[in-house]
Design a protein around this ligand. Structure first.
Ligand code: NAP
Length: 277
């Protein structure tokens, strides 16, 4: 068997056109995005990519560098919460050393929390209430939806239990009526657990963790992992061998990644239009 490719780049192209139109309709001036981040180079590169995408879509964006103290970072985020030109705030992690991440996340206005990191949004997602959900899990669901893969009634296995990928993607799958199990570093016999999955979402951040021996024939596999190996970007899934067993598989790069920032912009539009309680 050679798996169907879950092509994130193709989905991103149509989604971009849709979001550009939605931004144009969202009012004048369009809703703005603030990226709160550390000053280091990797953070600047990531923010630069997101700002470029925002410019392509007609979304005003700016990057705010945090200094190394928690009180200053919290004050900055609170100020953005009061700023009417800012509809969305992305707290880009990790924050600078010495800044208490939880305090900064708690200070984000939950209605502007475009990456769904605030406890209120995480709690609402857990409860199945309308919430701003984290972008990467939304990207996984969008990739599946746009390839007409219905997860309802399927057994889904998520590898990874972080607050930003594993847990929220498990919740989204559950709300979409999958029967979900979550694996992590203390799961005994990971292979046996993952082989139960008709849908497998790998988000462990371990290059090549998931091989063909862990995948049931015909399973759909989404690889969220982004790892660098010998200077090359690779996923958590051994693509070539798993492609022989799975019915559908997302590549790295070119799968979930191209959709993640687009989901942030979609959340921004939702944040801008959602009525304040
Ligand atoms: P994380 O916070 O490091 O969490 C990794 C999770 O995987 C943890 O729950 C850990 O278990 C589990 N894990 C680690 N090694 C394992 C193993 N050998 N067997 C089973 N489970 C294992 O990482 P994250 O932030 O969720 O990110 C996960 C991956 O997704 C990374 O590669 C990251 O770069 C990538 N990512 C990609 C995008 C995108 O846009 N494509 C966005 C975000 C993240 P424990 O909890 O027991 O430690």
């Amino acid at each position: 068997m050679s798996a169907r490719v879950l092509d994130g780049r193709a989905v991103a192209a149509s989604l971009k056109a849709e979001l550009r139109a939605a931004v144009a309709e969202a009012g004048d001036p369009p809703p703005g995005l603030a990226i709160v981040r550390s000053a280091d180079e990797a953070a600047a590169v990531y923010a630069g990519r997101l700002e470029k995408l925002c410019a392509e879509l007609g979304v005003p964006s700016r990057s705010v560098e945090l200094a190394g103290d928690t009180a200053g970072a919290v004050a900055t985020v609170e100020e953005l919460g009061r700023d009417g030109s800012v509809a969305g705030i992305l707290v880009q992690l990790p924050l600078p050393d010495g800044v208490d991440q939880d305090a900064v996340v708690d200070a984000v206005d939950p209605l502007k929390d475009v990456d769904g990191v605030h406890p209120l949004n995480a709690g609402r997602l857990f409860l199945g209430l309308p919430a701003l959900a984290p972008a990467t899990p939304l990207a996984v669901m969008e990739l599946l939806r746009r390839h007409d893969i219905d997860v309802g009634g399927k057994r889904a296995v998520v590898v990874g239990r972080s607050n930003i990928t594993g847990k929220p993607v498990a919740m989204l799958l559950l709300h979409a009526n999958a029967t979900v199990s979550i694996c992590h570093s203390r799961t005994p016999d990971l292979g046996a657990a993952v082989r139960e999955g008709e849908i497998v979402v790998a988000c462990a951040g371990r290059a090549g963790l998931v091989g063909a021996d862990m995948i049931a024939p015909g399973a759909v596999v989404v690889d969220v992992g982004t790892n660098f190996e010998d200077g090359k970007l690779v996923g958590d899934v051994r693509y070539d061998e798993v492609a022989e067993v799975a019915s559908a598989l997302s590549p790295v790069p070119g799968g979930v990644g191209p959709l993640t920032n687009l989901m942030l912009v979609r959340n921004l539009l939702e944040a801008a239009t959602r009525a304040r309680p």
